[in-house]
Ligand binder design. Sequence first.
Ligand code: GCB
Ligand code: CA
Length: 957
Amino acid sequence: MIEPRTSPPTPLPRRGELSNFRSVASASPRRNARTSPEKCPPCADFYTRATVALLSAGEGPGVRFRRLLLLLLLTLPAAAQDRITQSINAGWQFRKADGTDYAHTTAVTGWGKVSVPHTWNATDVNDDEPGYYRGVGWYKKTLHIPANWQNRRVYLLFEGAGQEAEVYVNGQLAGRHAGGYTAFQFPVSKWLKFDKAATNEVVVKVDNSPNPALPPLSADFTFYGGLYRDVYLVAASPVHFDLDNYASSGLFVSTPAVSAEIAQVLTRGTLVNESASKRRLTVLTELTDRAGNVVAQQRSGLTLAAGEKREFRQTFAGLRRPHLWSPTDPYLYHVTATVREAGPASAPPLDAVSSPLGLRWFRFDAATGFYLNGQPLKLIGTNRHQDFPGLGNALPDALAERDLLLLKQMGGNFLRVSHYPQDPAVLAACDRLGILASVEIPVVNAITDSEAFFQNCRTMQTEMIRQGYNHPSVIIWAYMNEVLLRLPAGLTKDNEAGKAYLARVAALARELDALTRREDPTRYTMLVNHGAFDLYQQAGLLNISQLIGWNLYAGWYSGGFQGFPDFLDRHRRELPDKPLLVTEFGADADARLHSFQPLRFDKTTEYANRYHQFYLKAIQERPFVAGATVWNLAEFNSEGRQEAVPHINNKSLLTADRQPKDAYLFYQAHLLRTPFVRIGSRAWTLRAGLAAGPDSLYCNQPVEVYTNQPSAELLLNGKSLGTHPAEFGIARFTVPFSAGLNQLTARAGTAPADNVEVQFQLLPTKLDTEKLPFTELNVSLGDQRIFTDAKLNQVWLPEQAYAPGGWGYVGGHPYKLPGDRLPYGSDRNILGTEYDALYETQRVGLTQFRLDVPAGQYEVTLHFAELEAVPAAEQLAYNLAKPDAIAATAKSTRRFSVVLNGLPVLSDLGPENGLPPLEAVSFKFPVNVRKGQGITLDFSATADEAVLNGIQVKRVE
Ligand code: GCB
Ligand code: CA
């Protein structure tokens, strides 16, 4: 190896070139005002030499040869690095034990075997019992430590534990950590036994009990407990890069100035000498390109006394014509810092750390949005929660990575990592895939005005920044989400206590914002609010952060779609200097529910489609909207939620098992550059409907085709239904489905054709006809939606009034929960069923249900759920006080009877008698129908009114 001192002089940029740098700092005057926290320590023996070995064109042969030689030498394989990092996920034991101490817990038996990632809430967040286990869980594991680790500094590294942890090694407390979403690591050498025969016991107490000092206090997601991310053992040499800096890598890489011509890279770190003697050391930092070639290196020498800890920094002044990082070309360089004994470069490494390096620059403009590498770029993407069905939040990295790939395949270029820092695999995937990211700590809905709460916030923010600092994908650090959503009991924005609270929230915001700018002046700060403009204005929260994020649900939780652009325009008018992002927008979409006349809050796919169509247009039409992230990428667990699928928030583009909903295809049609065409509602492969007329053998239903081409053609069983223009990404068709299999094919331009097979259940309009014999009918009463049950292969149709020859109800009206949110039905959790959406709607006061079926053997099943119950359901979906809603008691005195073809089958049904509130109840009756008789159900009430939630009629012979 050539000592850098003798290597050719580095072609550093001349002054004039440097001042041409286009960078975040020079592009945005506000950011210039920031001062850098990076201070070079006063170190007498600190020397540094730079070599930049980028081969550039137009050089003389001599220079070229020397450079080639240098490049060759620099790429010689390095000796093995001396730090050992190994996961210790396997072979843990687990025990749930609330309120017990270390001595007691470790003495008892009854431990189960688990491996991490692990959560104790994987299943109890989905059952009918209110709440989920929030308490203590203990983990223990035996470790065999190699005898030759005696001289190493051994650490335990936890990528995350929900929500608080205490780590014990051989009975001694090694450390405590508060906060469920950031990593922590503790030195454990001093308690380890290195004897070959000895075993070491690690015990971790994890606790997800509510803690008023620890964010999040309340939120629309589940606060899972457990060791739910990877756990590692780290063994470093006594001379090592800092392992005690908020579980960061100890190496901080930034890019103070980047342009298309030249890039500056700054590395900072701290070196620790835990050996017993003074050491003369060299830190060699190398930048390598994607192929592994060293493109620049820096060497710094420093002498550390025994026990000394010393900062170093290295500036790579001029990386010429850097390969820039961007969503379309996420090119990554790599940084590796290695420490060796001073002297020959071939000395074995003592420690090494590495980091990705992406060269890019960016800025936000309040009027014109976001710019990456000097080009305007509309940030479009989603939010993401970290759970998965059946696993809770304890995911293998691969599932997190798959989510990011799905976002990329949608054409997304932006991820809001909500509402908390996630697995390190997430930002690593963002770096690789070219997805820009905003990351935040989980201060959600409210704060506690205590020093302990404030301190936990500061620590979390620092951990988040230091742990994520080196990811080129990160452009924003945020720290609060809708913090004024829930003012503490008794407080209003106008009373004294309320005003004092708002002032404390603002004080915390100011502190966290200042901390963030100090920690990392290269990113932007952001505060995220719900749509209460005046309230946040009054609290002074709109002029603290550099960016404002708005979570806007106009046309969902309240009002109409127009409220959305009106709100954006208001921000533009009143805060003309503040760049904004739409950090959340979305509508529930239960993949089972469809309607061709969708209504606000009906949770159908089609309503969500309209919502996204309106919103995306408004976002695109406004250049000042720098970015927007859909709420949410995939369905996620929120244990306290009710709605059509209890415990699940389904405002998402993907189902829980990551199948695309229509809105995902819609964004693909807008964001993908390669020719694209997909048939909408592609998962709705089982459909049903009434024949178009008494003599028809088909049913007309709309089908949407998503494409980025000017038009699309749709074929049904090989026959063209025409070519229709795509309007804002959608070509609309009416498809005459016939009974059985229907093959749809969509074609558009050069996009690969798309195929979907739909199984159609065609129902006769007149039930007694030979042409289309009656087989079965499933009707959801009080409902205007179609419900498809893929599991049982059944489709439920919306109710209709009876007409002779057909079927339907006589009399009554649809149930509607008071309030202006739901168009009909209730949103309360119905116990004892997975078909909440069906039981949540009901016809009240009907006198009959009739079907003019031909003679034969039938089965009639009636479905009921008493929807009148106290206390009244929560009005706000993200208002999470809930357990009492389950322990509902009857509000109605209902008593009614049902007579089936003259036979009294149900008598005096009511809350007191067979119909407890909010529970699914059904009765099945066999019926022998004579010719001309049909099926008639008569309903009569002796108190209140009769009800019916669902009916199924099936011909059995
Ligand atoms: C919000 C919250 C988010 C909720 C979402 C919803 O504004 O920030 O945590 O899940 O609304 O679906 O209500
Ligand atoms: Ca992981």
